[in-house]
Design a protein around this ligand. Structure first.
Ligand code: LLP
Length: 413
C-alpha cells in the first residue's frame, strides 16, 4: 500500500499527499517506507545462498532512506568519499560496504581503508597500484575485488549501459586474469572478491546470467593459479516498471535462480548492489501547476518543478507516469508538462495525455524514488526540494527544502 488513489485522492501509504503538500510545499519528494521494506524483502527472500545486499546509495542517498535499509541488514555500494560518509552516518555496517568507481582519488581510497570497508572494487591497473600504495602508507592490507567488464550487452539505454568493451567501466574480461595474478604479488593487497555490473534498468536479467557464466569461467581459471574468492559481487541493475503499459517487472526469483546456478560450484558469498529496484517506485515528485499556456496548437502545463529537480526525462528521455494528486474526472488534455528552467529540454512529459489540472492544484510524477533527488541540482539558482518519508499514517521531513542562504553557502565576493 504505497502510492494509491482512494476516492480520487492520491495517498502515500495512509497519508493524503495533499496534506503533506499543504504543510511542506512544492516541489517535494515523497517516499514510502513500506515500499522500501517490501522491495528489500522481496529481493532478500529470493536468495537461498548467503548474501549481502549493498544498497547502491547513488539511487537515493537521503540518510533516512539509507537508514531504513541499514536497519534491515543492508550494506551500501558507494562511489565516492561523500557516499561513504553518508552511509556511515546512516548507520551502515562498514563491513558491508563496497566501493565502485573508475576515478577514486588517494584520499578516497585512504578513507575507505581506514574505515575497514568490505572491499574496494578496483577498475584499472593504475587504481590497483594506487590502492596498494595507499595501503602501504597506512601499514594495512586492502581487501579488493576487480570489477570485470564482461563485454555483455545489457540491452538498456546507452547512457546507463556499463558492461561493454567500449564503456569506461571495469577491467576487460581478457585482462582481468593477468591483473589478478599481479594483485596476488602486491604486498598490501588482499584479493577478496570479483565484481561486475553491466548496466541499469534491465527488464530482462538474462544478460546478468550471461555475464555470471563468463565470470565463473574466469574464476575457474584463476582457481588453477591458486586464487580463490570470498565473495562474488553481481552488481545492481534490476529494472522496475515505469510505464505500466509497456514494462514488465523482471522476476526476482528467476534472477536469483540464474545467479545461484552460475556460481553453484563455488564456496562464496554473493553480494548485490541494487539501487533502483529498492527505491525507484517508492518515491514521487509532487509539483504545483502554475500556469496553462497554448502556443499555436501546443498546450503546456507549466509546473513549479524542473529538470533541476528531476533530470531523468531531460537526460534520458525517460518516461515517468504523471497524474493529478486529486482526480476529479475533468476533461483530458494532451500537453507538454514543463518546468521553469530556461531550457527546451525542461520537461517531464511530452504530448502527454492527462486529466486537466487547474492552476494551484498538484501533479505527481511517479517512479521518482531512484536517481531523482540525487541527480537534482541548483541550476537556475533554484533551491533543491524537500524530502519527506511516510511511514503508515505519519510522515516527516527528512530533508528540509533548501533556502536562499543555502544557495550561496561558502561563496564570497
Ligand atoms: N553498482 C554500480 C557499480 C553502479 O554503477 C550502479 C548504477 C549500481 C550498482 C546500481 O544500479 P541500479 O540497481 O540502480 O540499476 N542515473 C541513471 C542510472 C545510473 C546508474 C549508474 N550506476 C538513471 O536515472 O536511470
Amino acid at each position: 500500500m504505497d502510492f494509491h488513489y482512494k476516492d480520487g485522492q492520491l495517498y502515500a501509504e495512509d497519508v493524503k499527499v495533499k496534506e503533506i503538500v499543504k504543510e511542506v510545499g512544492t516541489p517535494v519528494y515523497i517516499y514510502s517506507k513500506a515500499h522500501f521494506v517490501e522491495q528489500f524483502n522481496k529481493f532478500d527472500k529470493a536468495f537461498k545462498r548467503e548474501h549481502t545486499i549493498s544498497f547502491a546509495v547513488k539511487a537515493n542517498s537521503n540518510l533516512a532512506v539509507i537508514n531504513v535499509f541499514a536497519k534491515l541488514g543492508a550494506g551500501a555500494d558507494i562511489v565516492s568519499k561523500g557516499e561513504l560518509f553518508r552511509a556511515l552516518k546512516a548507520g551502515v555496517d562498514a563491513k558491508k560496504i563496497v566501493f565502485s568507481g573508475v576515478a577514486k582519488r588517494d584520499d578516497e581510497i585512504e578513507y575507505a581503508i581506514e574505515n575497514d570497508i568490505m572491499m574496494i572494487n578496483v577498475e584499472s591497473e593504475d587504481e590497483l597500484e594506487a590502492v596498494n600504495r595507499v595501503a602501504q602508507k597506512l601499514s594495512k592490507k586492502a581487501r579488493i575485488s576487480l570489477r570485470v567488464n564482461p563485454d555483455v550487452d545489457p540491452k538498456t539505454h546507452p547512457y546507463i549501459s556499463t558492461g561493454l568493451k567500449k564503456n569506461k567501466f571495469g577491467v576487460p574480461h581478457n585482462e582481468a586474469f593477468d591483473l589478478y595474478l599481479k594483485a596476488k604479488e602486491l604486498p598490501n593487497i588482499e584479493i577478496y572478491g570479483i565484481q561486475f555490473h553491466i548496466g541499469s534498468q534491465l527488464l530482462d536479467t538474462k544478460p546478468i546470467y550471461d555475464a555470471s557464466l563468463k565470470i565463473a569461467e574466469l574464476m575457474r581459471a584463476l582457481s588453477d593459479k591458486g586464487i580463490e574468492f570470498k565473495v562474488v559481487d553481481v552488481g545492481g541493475g534490476v529494472g522496475i516498471v515505469y510505464n505500466e503499459e509497456e514494462d514488465k517487472e523482471p522476476s526476482i526469483d528467476d534472477y536469483a535462480k540464474q545467479v545461484e546456478e552460475a556460481f553453484k560450484d563455488f564456496n562464496i558469498k554473493l553480494v548485490f548492489e541494487p539501487g533502483r529496484f529498492l527505491v525507484g517506485n517508492g518515491g514521487i515528485l509532487v509539483s504545483e501547476v502554475i500556469y496553462h499556456k497554448t502556443n499555436g496548437d501546443k498546450k503546456f502545463l507549466i509546473v513549479d518543478a524542473g529538470m533541476n529537480d528531476l533530470l531523468r526525462p531531460s537526460l534520458y528521455n525517460a518516461y515517468h507516469k504523471i497524474a493529478p494528486v486529486e482526480k476529479q474526472n475533468r476533461e483530458e488534455i494532451v500537453c507538454d508538462i514543463v518546468g521553469p528552467i530556461c531550457e527546451t529540454g525542461d520537461f517531464f512529459g511530452r504530448d502527454y495525455k492527462i486529466e486537466d489540472v487547474p492552476n494551484g492544484e498538484y501533479i505527481a510524477v511517479f517512479s521518482a524514488g531512484a536517481y531523482g533527488f540525487t541527480m537534482a541540482s541548483n541550476y537556475n539558482s533554484r533551491p533543491r526540494p524537500a524530502e519527506v518519508l511516510v511511514d503508515g499514517d505519519s510522515f516527516r521531513v527528512v530533508r528540509e527544502r533548501e533556502t536562499l542562504e543555502d544557495l550561496i553557502k561558502g561563496e564570497t565576493i
